[in-house]
Design a protein around this ligand. Sequence first.
Ligand SMILES: *Cc1c(COP(=O)(O)O)cnc(C)c1O
Length: 478
Amino acid sequence: MHTSINDAGMLTEPGDGLAAHWRERDLAVLWHPCTQMREHPDTMPLVPIERGEGPWLIGRDGRRYLDAISSWWTNLFGHSHPHIAQAISRQAHTLEHVILAGCSHAPAVELAERLLALAPREPGRAPLTKVFYADNGSAGVEVALKMAFHWFRNRGEARRTKFVALEGGYHGETLGALAVGDIPLYRRVYAPLLAEALFAPSPDAFARTGDETAADCARRAADGLATLLERHAGEVCALILEPRVQCAGGMRMHDPLYLRLARELCDRHGVFLIADEIAVGFGRTGTMFACEQASAGPHGAMGIQPDLLCLSKGLTGGALPLAAVLTTQSIYDGFLDESRERAFLHSHSYTGNPLACAAALATLELFERDDVIARNLARAARMGESSLPLAGLPHVAEVRQAGMIVAFELTQGGDRRTPFPATARVGLRAYRAALARGVLLRPLGDVLYWMPPYCLDEAALQVLADVTRTAITEATSA
Ligand SMILES: *Cc1c(COP(=O)(O)O)cnc(C)c1O
């Protein structure tokens, strides 16, 4: 039996020409990421995509799919964006790649200058002044973790070997990044291989009880963090967290107050703060970086500045893999020595790839040219308005929003504490229902979310809202 979710005429049956033929060729040779391959193609449709255009993906069968999840949160300005495509093409004809150890090139230097100029800044704190490149988000996280550990080691503080991370957090799939992640589905199997990490409570506001506010959740979580840091005084090199939204953990959002409190606790305990803005950076939560929202300090509203800032995903507008880790002069200086072993000898073959850097520079040009952050304010407000009516559906426990991210938490009867049984596959049913109507929503468990490219226009938003409503209704009906 093959996929038959063509009630709206959206998905073809295998055996239906080009698309089906392509599907067969794919499944004969490819092993897809984050997929139980046995579910292809019967339980999980496999959608052959031919090209992309704005927020739309166009299938080999000619059907259009709205990319409501920005192709795994990477795409910012739409697919095959001419400005980014041109920058990559121009660079490809000049210098496609060169070893970055011992050599330099303009795109790497210019991009570092521009990122540092944009980076979050906190009054009274030395700014971020150095950039280390990697070629994907997980690799960027590895860089930040190793740097934090190695810096203390260089200082003779060999007892500082531990990392603190947040419950429900996600930082990638490589073993170091997985060790500081707390999503059982990805982590549990590999637990015997992972370095031990300490987990502090999540400030997740969905966990609030009674008449608690999101700020109460933030304070409670910060108390837990304080206890943990006291218990392990002198043993921790860094706290790693996703500011504002724990994305892979189910688009769980927290009060920005938590960032302020966590920053203070890190300072008090001499622990580095690693902000993983791989998913939330570049305007996703409304500001260029989520750290900018860390609410009132003693001198009024201001953001926090991490000691290490991890960027990837949207960095190239979604066109090419690249990561950047921004850090301080003080961390950089801690590696300067006669000894090569005290140097940060980490590298990847494609570190600072010129094509990826050129794509990133073009992306930053678009931010400036099109005043993206300001225009997203209005877009985010429209997304909020369009999502609100869905909050009244029977099994929607919460609709929450942080800038350009809107999430719908589905539970039994909309009761916050009663999730659907995993075997009901509510998220999967919603996925299939949406796909059949031309919208690519890829739920995280039973959390549906919108994280679209910023070029989502009014008509596409209307499609998105209508299809999401139908998908929720269909997936949650018995
Ligand atoms: C996606 C993600 C990563 C990992 O990035 P990859 O490029 O997929 O390795 C790390 N941290 C966060 C917060 C992410 O969302």
